[in-house]
Write a new protein. Structure first.
Lengths: 358, 292
């Protein structure tokens, strides 16, 4: 039963999301949801390297931009008829970004944690400079325009929305599959202690490169959808440090190395951000409010919502166990939550560890 | 050839200011293992402070440095106490990146509200005077800025090598555990260390404000340069920061003078990536991480 609970919950979530537009939501609501979904996909993708492998990339926005410009450039030379062609080439966009990402990761992932973060942020600035300066390709600061899709205005957002729901399903599916497989274990080993992981024979380089490639591939696909949705690609928005930071923050808020954390984080933060931007308008107080939210999250919930809730829940369940059988077990050892590193032991696995209750 | 040498001169003179900013950042890393992404924002805040002192009270930016450094020392201590101290030790290095970035955004927001986002520059009477030596132009401001940065770096060096506090800092950089055992109060060293880092940012900020026009968003450009410098030199090494600053600013000035200004920023990123390919810990980074 518990083996099916995960996919069931995920499937239900995706079905509910997919059903949303049928309720004839207002355009601004759908528009907000489109952006929220973009961030949900990107945070889930970022989580593969930043969460599971413990390599906090700050350069993902560069691949978002790569995806956007690939999409834009492709349709400078090809025309759009039905309006669905840009979606069809998305897998190619993802593949291209993954191919670009592999050699970059091979260099950057020689460094660890904080240095890796800095190397990837310099990558982001390189990408930004390129986007501004390769005028013949990107149009420089004037930007690049895409043909407007021939969708009817009444249901304009829907195709984008459905594609993003599909991408989210893919991202969550990949996350779920890797958590349940040897890949996830290898990534956890890399995160916990890379040198020891090498020692016990984990294919460290392989899993690192794979997680990075998949992660940036998904990010680039979102970039492609974004470019088509916006219809115009400006370098300062296509390669934007704030996009990177938003993704990272959402993952941290929800909980790193969890399936639902990044999605939850994206839904909370993106909606809050839209509200703040709307409420405080273009004024600079918006930046202060955003930074304040950011700081409060980091200081109060350093491990994120999902892991904190899981701990709380597990603690309570264990207290029940102890209450039911006061005779056995060391209450102190049982009551203390172990640090969740993403792989959560089920109760059945835990019982032999803490000295059976049956 | 003329353009090349002119670029070299400009690069070396500018390197002083960057070395000053980067030394504060690398010092903070050495002590706390925190990569301070707010260093650029602190520099810009320093520039705004000296701009304000100049426009309201007519205090020359060079003379304002003692005032701004003391103020920013306080700001740095507060940042350490409020935002960095509560972080748990095990996830400090990762979280501190995000926290300091958030501080940078917060400072950017505060500066935008206080001074609006329009570009400011500090126009002193000597801002445009320059000398011509053997046909090469040397601006007075840049020369002064260079000398002042050297003096500040020298003071930092003396502080670290000749004082009791400096010994405590070096001890905690080399081995935090033994330093604590020997009675170094690491939390105080951290707070004061971050304060000093912010103070160097203030000194560099006054100079930066004289050299370049700036607004609240300028810190993105600064932080990318600073990170390249610090990484190039090796995190935690002040000597490395000086060398890194020289490499970065000379290469970008030379490329700007001989090729095109738009590619000058690319140069040092490329250099950085190449160096990291060969030495992932930077030029002077040690395996023990952080010898000053």
């Amino acid at each position: 039963m518990s083996r099916l609970a995960g996919p069931l919950r995920g499937g239900l979530f995706i079905v509910i999301l997919a059903a949303m537009p049928s309720f004839d939501l207002a355009h601004w609501v759908l528009n907000m949801l489109v952006f929220t979904l973009m961030y949900a996909v990107m945070s889930s993708a970022w989580n593969l390297t930043g969460g599971f492998a413990g390599y906090p990339s700050l350069g993902h926005a560069a691949f978002f931009g790569l995806g956007a410009y690939t999409e834009g450039l492709w349709f400078q030379h090809h025309s759009i008829h039905s309006g669905y062609e840009p979606f069809l080439i998305l897998p190619l966009v993802g593949l291209l970004a993954a191919l670009v990402g592999v050699p970059i990761a091979a260099i950057a992932m020689r460094t660890r944690a904080d240095v890796f973060a800095i190397v990837t942020i310099t990558l982001l600035f390189v990408a930004q400079t390129l986007a501004f300066n390769l005028r013949t390709l990107t149009g420089g600061a004037q930007g690049l325009s895409m043909t407007a899709p021939p969708f009817s205005l009444r249901t304009f957002e829907r195709p984008f929305y459905y594609v993003l729901v599909l991408l989210l399903a893919v991202a969550m599916g990949i996350t779920w599959a890797s958590m349940r497989s040897k890949v996830g274990l290898s990534l956890a080993a890399v995160r916990a202690d890379e040198d020891k992981a090498v020692g016990i024979g984990v294919h460290v380089v392989g899993v690192k490169l794979m997680s990075f490639a998949v992660s940036v591939g998904l990010t680039a696909m979102v970039g492609g959808v974004w470019a088509y949705y916006e219809g115009f690609i400006y370098p300062q928005f296509a390669v934007d440090p704030l996009v990177t930071i938003a993704i990272v923050l959402m993952t941290f808020l929800g909980g790193r190395a969890t399936l639902w954390g990044p999605v939850l984080g994206a839904f909370i933060l993106e909606l809050a951000q839209q509200y703040l931007a709307y409420d405080l308008g273009g004024s600079q107080f918006y930046l202060i409010a955003y930074a304040a939210v950011f700081l409060v999250v980091m200081l109060l919930l350093p491990r994120g919502i999902v892991p904190s809730l899981q701990d709380r829940l597990r603690q309570r369940r264990r207290r029940h166990l102890v209450d039911a059988n006061p005779s056995d077990g060391d209450a102190d050892a049982l009551g203390r939550p172990e640090v969740s590193q993403g792989i959560v032991l089920s109760r059945a696995q835990m019982v032999p560890l803490v000295g059976g209750t049956s | 050839m003329h353009a090349l040498i002119q670029g070299l001169i400009l690069g070396v003179l500018t390197a002083g200011v960057y070395a000053l900013m980067a030394s504060g950042q690398t010092l903070i890393f050495g002590i706390m293992k925190v990569v301070n992404l707010a260093q650029g924002a602190l520099v810009i805040l320093g520039a705004y402070l000296s701009y304000q002192l100049f426009t309201s009270f007519g205090i020359d930016p060079f003379l304002a440095i003692p005032i701004t450094t003391v103020m920013m020392f306080g700001v740095g201590m507060v940042i350490e106490l409020v935002f960095l101290r509560p972080l748990r030790r095990e996830d400090r290095s990762e979280l501190s990146l995000l926290v300091t970035f958030a501080i940078a955004l917060l400072l950017e927001g505060i500066m935008s509200v206080s001074w609006s986002t329009s570009v400011r520059s500090i126009n002193t009477s000597y801002a445009n005077s320059s000398w011509t030596v053997f046909g090469y132009q040397v601006t007075l401001v840049r020369l002064w800025a260079f000398l002042l940065s050297l003096a500040a770096l020298g003071m930092l060096f003396l502080l670290l090598n000749r004082t009791r506090f400096g010994r405590a800092v070096r001890a905690s950089v080399q081995n935090p555990e033994s330093a604590r055992l020997l009675g170094v109060e690491s939390s105080r060293v951290s707070a004061i260390g971050f304060g000093i880092g912010a103070a160097t940012a203030a000194a560099a900020g006054s100079v930066y404000g004289l050299l370049y026009p700036f607004n609240s968003g300028s810190h993105y450009d600064l932080i990318s340069r600073l990170l390249s410098i610090v990484l190039l030199g090796g995190l935690g090494s002040i000597g490395g920061a000086v060398v890194g600053a020289l490499v970065v600013s000379v290469s970008s000035a030379v490329v700007a003078a001989t090729v095109s200004p738009i590619w000058s920023e690319m140069t040092f990123f490329v250099i950085l990536l190449l160096v990291l390919l060969v030495r992932p810990r930077g030029l002077f980074g040690t395996t023990a991480r952080g010898a000053i």
